[in-house]
Design a protein around this ligand. Structure first.
Ligand code: ADP
Ligand code: MG
Length: 562
């Protein structure tokens, strides 16, 4: 527990697909906050324990391989969709699962600080849509956190980097996490940090690189994924995740035992490069778009900053170096930069005098507009109102007309995207405005106001009588009415969360069980002995012995590299 009586209880949270991290502004600088296990990174994984309690973090991640039907990871990829995840006999939405992660972080922060925390700045991928942002806000609400600001992840990273470097320059932030890819081009003229452009792909991350290996490996072994049960698939994915992180110029061997058969797969970096070529190519598109939108060429950049665990892949670093003709800046930890930036933003919100000077301008990364009829065949076209990479907050107005003099109603349908026809873009919301019946074509002004959290409001003013129809796009998620939201609150309130103080023991058991499941022969016997020893020590209830045994066995498991 820390004495942080003077620090604002305003957390900066990086709610990642793979890992979540939290930080706080304390005594004039950003500080990372450890979780119940003393780790800075909390895996964004949830598992339902056999006793019906919820496990969050490392214990849950260990159980992905041993209890795939009771554990779930990477749910952030589905934020904003209607997908539900089954954990045993219960099912959860992505925002409910995110709320469980946020709740665990909140509890850990409170234990560390020694006082309650109610507010947070939460980071989201720059390319998160309006709906995905709203669902993130709802997840925070479910966790009992009020969000003072949503900050774009690469912008947060840029802020942390700017605080560290204090230079005047143009930089490109390349953020490749587990499930999303974001690129942001910005310029530092401290105290001003000005984002010029953001682009990204919400369906591209380190997970896809593991998935590509999974498919290639099964193909080489001539196994169809459907012939493997959920448990076997989870076990192989888990092994490939570790294998991916070890790949180098030398050939590595993966050994996998299934149904009494041990199979081997050999791969080196050039081999992996062939498998990953389509994914590496996809990384280029957002980079090119962000540069084009900021009217910069690769050689105009002073610096490249790599963020996100997946930028540790040599293949990605080489691709970036080749594209820009220089080595990226890698002196800061790519895992924690986003949380540190969110904490810095939280301090700005709390008006901490040490940081008051820093001014950040961000952009809306995608085009927002309405549907309109165009041409003689009444095609439903997309009419942009706020173009992508406009500096925010922004308010833009555009005039539209009814199609004919007798029209009684006009439907304002709001979309996000870069395609000329609305059906190819993302639908956000729609509402109807009654038109005055004057026997004439009506003119109406549609105003879009986009705020610093990336949330939109729409206003329509009728020219004929000046009547104003304000449609505050509801900040509660679309399709989630009062009932559904109440049900989420009730579902989460009814859950039993595994007690924080015994989590280190529970985590060690989950890790030992995973190691046992993944090994064979002598190794397995040794791990079985460790498990028995630890259970005995636990039964003794001697806290010093338990702590010593924990430390020893966690160290031994780290060495195993399973
Ligand atoms: P997120 O922001 O989505 O939570 P992270 O920044 O934690 O994600 O990055 C997670 C991704 O980074 C995972 O897909 C993981 O496999 C990958 N990763 C982490 N370390 C390495 C490594 N040494 N080599 C290759 N990939 C790695
Ligand atoms: Mg991240």
């Amino acid at each position: 527990m820390q004495d942080a009586t003077n620090s604002p209880a305003l957390l900066g949270i990086d709610l990642g697909t793979t890992h979540s991290v939290m930080a706080l502004w304390h005594e004039g600088k950003t500080r990372l906050i450890p979780n119940a296990l003393g780790d800075v990174l909390t895996p964004s994984v949830i598992s339902l324990d056999e006793d019906g309690s919820i496990l969050v973090g490392k214990a849950a991640r260990a159980r992905l391989a041993t209890h795939p039907q009771r554990s779930v990871a990477a749910f952030k990829r589905f934020m904003g969709s209607d997908k539900r995840f089954a954990l045993g006999d219960q099912s959860f939405s992505p925002e409910e699962l995110s709320a469980l992660v946020l709740g665990a972080l909140k509890a850990d922060a409170e234990a560390w600080l020694g006082h309650p925390v109610h507010e947070a700045v939460i980071s989201v991928p720059a390319y998160f849509s309006d709906e995905q942002r709203k669902r993130t806000l709802f997840a925070a609400e479910l966790a009992g956190l009020s969000v003072t600001r949503l900050i774009n992840e690469p912008t947060a990273a840029a802020m942390a980097y700017g605080l560290h470097e204090q230079k005047f320059e143009r930089s490109l932030i390349f953020d490749l996490g587990g499930g999303t890819f974001d690129v942001t081009v910005l310029e530092y003229a401290l105290p001003l940090i000005e984002v010029h452009a953001s682009a990204g792909d919400n369906f591209l991350g380190g997970e896809d690189f593991t998935e590509a290996l999974f498919k290639a490996c099964l193909r080489d072994w001539q196994l169809l994924p459907a012939t493997l049960d959920v448990q076997a698939q989870a076990n192989l994915r888990d092994s490939l995740e570790g294998f991916k992180c070890k790949l180098s110029s030398e050939v590595q061997t993966l050994s996998w035992n299934h149904a009494g058969v041990t199979r081997e797969w050999q791969l080196d970096e050039p081999g992996a490069l062939k498998i990953w070529e389509p994914l590496l190519n996809r990384l280029r598109t957002p980079i090119e778009q962000a540069l084009r939108d900021s009217r910069l060429r690769p050689q105009d950049l002073d610096n490249l900053v790599l963020v996100g665990g997946a930028t540790r892949m040599p293949a990605v670093q080489r691709m970036v170096a080749a594209l820009f003709g220089r080595l990226p800046y890698r002196h800061l930890d790519p895992d924690t930069l986003v949380a540190l930036g969110a904490a810095a933003q939280a301090a700005c919100k709390a008006r901490d005098h040490a940081i008051e000077e820093l001014i950040l301008t961000d952009v809306c990364p995608y085009t927002l507009g309405v549907s309109s009829l165009r041409g003689e065949d009444d095609c439903v076209a997309f009419s942009p109102i706020i173009e992508r990479n406009t500096v925010i907050p922004v308010s833009r107005v555009q005039r539209f007309y009814s199609s004919h003099a007798q029209q009684a109603l006009i439907r304002v349908a709001i979309y996000q995207g870069e395609r000329p026809w609305v059906q190819d873009n993302i639908f956000i919301d729609a509402f109807e405005v009654p038109l005055p019946q004057t026997g004439e074509i009506q003119a109406l002004d549609i105003r879009f106001s986009y705020d610093i959290n990336g949330l939109l409001e729409v206003d329509v003013t009728l020219q004929h009588n000046g009547e104003r129809h304000s449609h505050s796009i509801d900040h509660t998620p679309t399709g989630l009415g009062e009932e559904a939201r109440k049900a989420s609150h009730q579902r989460l309130n009814a859950l039993k969360i595994h007690p924080r103080d015994t989590l280190p023991n529970r985590t060690l058991i989950a890790r030992l069980e995973r190691a046992w499941a993944k090994s064979l022969g002598d190794d397995r016997e040794r791990i079985g002995d460790w498990l028995a020893t630890f259970n005995q020590v636990l039964a003794s209830q001697q806290s010093t012995e338990i702590a010593a045994c924990q430390q020893q066995l966690n160290g031994a498991l780290d060495q195993l590299q399973l």
